[in-house]
Design a binder for this molecule. Structure first.
Ligand code: PEP
Ligand code: MG
Length: 547
C-alpha cells in the first residue's frame, strides 16, 4: 500500500474531497528584450491588434463567468488591458526603438512599480498585469492560450499559483485545488471560496505532488493528504450534534457589493459593509448624491436588521485613485483607513451624510433596518472620539470602531462612553500583531487565524470590553470558519459577521453549541502551541463535550 504523507497549507472551505492530481502547466518564460527591426508603426499596430483580441476574449469570458467574484476580477483585468495610459506608454517605448513585446514589458514594469508602491490588494493586481502581458505576448507569437482539461474524471489542480483566467477554464472535472503560493486573501482563495471548490493554498510542499497521485484535500484541517482516504478527513463532522433553538450568538454577514447583499440569507443583519469596494475603479470622487444612490441600492438589496456600514477604508490594500494618496514606502503602515479623513475631509463628511440619507430613505420604504457606522483602522482613543463626534453630529445613534491595530487593544476601557460597539478585523489585526503582510504568501502561515497568540489577544479584548459594557463582534475572515466562530463565542465575543457563502455553515454550528461548550473549546485552543493543535484541541473539546 502506498505510504500516506501530509502537506500543510491554508485551507479554503470546509468540505473534503479525494481525487487525482493534475498539474497545471506553468507559464513559459517571457521573450528577451529586443529592439524592433520593423519600425514603431508596425510594432504599435501589432500590439493594438493583440489588445483588441484580448478585450474580445475578456468580453466572452466575463459573459461565461458564472460567479460574481470571478466576473469582477476579469472586469478589472480587462480595464487594465484597455487603459489608454498603458497604450500611450507602450507607444513611447516603441518610438524609442523597442519591439512590441519589449515595449509592453517595459510599460507594464512602470505600471507595476506604481501598484507595488501602493501595496496591499494592489500587490495582487500586479499578478493581473503579469497575466495580461503573458496573454498579449502569447497572442503576438501566434500561440494558443487555452489550457485543455480532460472532459471526464475528477481532478485536484496543482499549481504554483492560479490566475483568474486559469480558474475560469475550470469545468466540473475540477473538484479541488492546491497552490504553492497564494494566501487567505489571494485570488485563488477568493474564487475557490465563492465557487465552492475546496482548496489548500500557501502549500509549500505542493512541488511534491505528481500527476496521477491520489490526494485528499482537507481544507478544514488545512492539509493535503497524499494517498489518503476520505474517512481520514474532517468534513462537516458536527452534523450529528443536536440543533438548539437559536445560534448561541448573533450571526451577521459581510457585504461588499449589491450582489453580495442579495446573497445574504439567514443572517441577522450586516456586520460589515465595506464601502471602499464601491469606489476602487472610480477615477474621480463620487458626489454626495451618487454616493446616496449606491448606498440606497445596497441597503435595499440586503437583509433586515442591524446594518453596520464601515466608512471608507482606503489606502494600502484598497487604493482609491481619487484620493490622491501618493506613493508610500510602507502603505500598510501609512495613511490608510480613518487616517484618510484628515487628508480628505470633504469626502469623509460627504460619506457620513450620504450614508445617513440613504439609511433614512430606505427605512422610509418600510424596510426594517437600523443603520450604524463604524470607522476602520483606529489606533487611539482620540481618533475614536473624533469619529464618534462627527458621526453623531450627522445623526447616527450607534457608532462603533474597528479593532485592527494592536495599540487600541491596550486602551479598550477608555472607549466607554465614546463608542457603542467594537468590531474586530482579524485580517488586519493579525497582520499587525505578527508583523506579516497579509498579501505576502511567504508569511501566510503567521496569518492563520487559529494562531494561539491571536486567540489570546481576542480574549483580552472581549474581557476588557465586557468590563465596560461595550459589545464586541468579529468581522474578519476568522468569523467565516464555523469552528473558529465557536471558539470566538468561548472567548467572549458577542457577534460574528461572516462572508455570505459561509453564513449557513457558521449559523449551523453555532446553533448546535452552548456557551459552556464554546468556553471549553476556547480554553483548549488558546493554550495550544500552534494553529493546527489549536484547531484540533477545539474540535476534540466539542466532540467530547456532553453538557
Ligand atoms: C479585517 O481587517 O479583518 C477587516 C474585516 O477589514 P478588511 O479585510 O476589509 O481590511
Ligand atoms: Mg481591515
Amino acid at each position: 500500500m502506498a505510504s500516506v504523507r501530509i502537506l500543510e497549507g491554508i485551507g479554503v472551505g470546509t468540505r473534503a474531497v479525494r481525487a487525482e492530481v493534475l498539474r497545471w502547466s506553468a507559464c513559459k518564460p517571457l521573450p528577451a528584450m529586443s529592439k524592433s527591426e520593423l519600425g514603431a508603426e508596425v510594432e504599435v499596430n501589432t500590439l493594438t491588434k493583440a489588445i483588441a483580441n484580448l478585450e474580445n476574449q475578456y468580453v466572452a469570458k466575463i459573459k461565461a463567468a458564472s460567479d460574481k467574484d470571478l466576473r469582477e476580477i476579469l472586469e478589472a483585468q480587462s480595464a487594465f488591458a484597455s487603459d489608454p495610459e498603458l497604450a500611450d506608454m507602450v507607444k513611447d517605448f516603441c518610438e524609442q526603438g523597442w519591439d512590441a513585446a519589449s515595449a509592453l514589458q517595459l510599460a507594464m514594469g512602470e505600471f507595476k512599480s506604481l501598484l507595488e508602491g501602493a501595496g496591499g490588494e494592489f500587490g495582487e493586481r500586479v499578478a493581473d498585469l503579469d497575466e495580461i502581458v503573458y496573454r498579449l505576448i502569447q497572442w503576438m507569437s501566434g500561440e494558443s492560450d487555452e489550457t485543455i482539461l480532460p472532459t471526464t474524471g475528477s481532478f485536484v489542480i496543482v499549481a504554483d499559483d492560479l490566475t483568474p483566467m486559469d480558474t475560469i477554464a475550470f469545468t466540473d472535472v475540477v473538484v479541488g485545488v492546491v497552490t504553492k503560493g497564494g494566501g487567505p486573501t489571494s485570488h485563488t482563495a477568493i474564487v475557490c471560496r465563492s465557487r465552492g471548490i475546496p482548496a489548500v493554498v500557501a502549500c509549500s510542499g505542493a512541488d511534491n505532488l505528481v500527476n496521477g497521485q491520489m490526494v485528499v484535500i482537507d481544507p478544514d484541517a488545512s492539509q493535503v493528504i497524499i494517498n489518503g482516504e476520505l474517512e481520514s478527513a474532517t468534513g462537516d463532522w458536527w452534523a450529528a450534534r443536536p440543533r438548539l433553538s437559536a445560534p448561541v450568538i448573533q450571526v451577521m454577514a459581510n457585504v461588499g457589493s449589491v450582489a453580495d447583499a442579495a446573497k445574504v440569507h439567514g443572517a441577522d443583519g450586516v456586520g460589515l459593509l465595506r464601502t471602499e469596494l464601491f469606489f476602487l475603479d472610480h477615477k474621480v470622487s463620487p458626489t454626495r448624491a451618487q454616493q446616496v444612490k449606491i448606498y440606497e441600492e445596497v441597503l435595499a438589496a440586503g437583509p433586515d436588521g442591524e446594518i453596520i456600514v464601515r466608512t471608507l477604508d482606503a489606502g494600502s490594500d484598497k487604493p482609491i485613485a481619487f484620493l490622491g494618496l501618493g506613493r508610500e514606502e510602507n502603505p500598510a503602515l501609512g495613511v490608510r483607513g480613518q487616517r484618510v479623513a484628515a487628508t480628505s475631509p470633504e469626502f469623509f463628511a460627504d460619506q457620513l451624510h450620504a450614508i445617513k440619507q440613504a439609511a433614512d430613505s430606505v427605512k422610509a420604504t418600510g424596510k426594517k433596518i437600523e443603520v450604524s457606522v463604524m470607522a476602520p483602522m483606529i489606533a487611539t482613543v482620540e481618533e475614536a472620539e473624533q469619529f464618534s463626534k462627527a458621526a453623531r453630529a450627522v445623526g447616527f445613534v450607534r457608532v462603533g470602531i474597528m479593532i485592527e491595530i494592536p495599540a487600541i487593544t491596550q486602551v479598550i476601557s477608555q472607549l466607554k462612553g465614546v463608542v457603542d460597539f467594537l468590531s474586530i478585523g482579524t485580517n488586519d489585526l493579525s497582520q499587525y500583531l505578527f508583523a506579516a503582510d497579509r498579501v505576502n504568501s511567504g508569511v501566510a502561515a503567521l496569518l492563520n487565524p487559529w494562531q494561539p497568540a491571536l486567540l489570546s489577544l481576542l480574549e483580552s479584548i472581549a474581557t476588557d470590553s465586557a468590563k465596560v459594557g461595550i459589545k464586541v463582534g468579529v468581522c474578519g475572515e476568522a468569523a467565516s470558519d464555523p469552528l473558529l466562530a465557536v471558539v470566538l463565542v468561548g472567548l467572549g465575543i458577542t457577534s460574528v459577521s461572516a462572508s455570505p457563502s459561509s453564513v449557513a455553515a457558521v449559523l449551523d454550528l453555532l446553533s448546535r453549541v452552548d456557551e459552556s461548550a464554546a468556553r471549553e473549546a476556547a480554553t483548549n485552543a488558546r493554550s495550544a502551541n500552534n494553529p493546527r493543535d489549536a484547531k484540533a484541541a477545539a474540535k476534540a473539546a466539542l466532540e467530547s463535550y456532553h453538557g
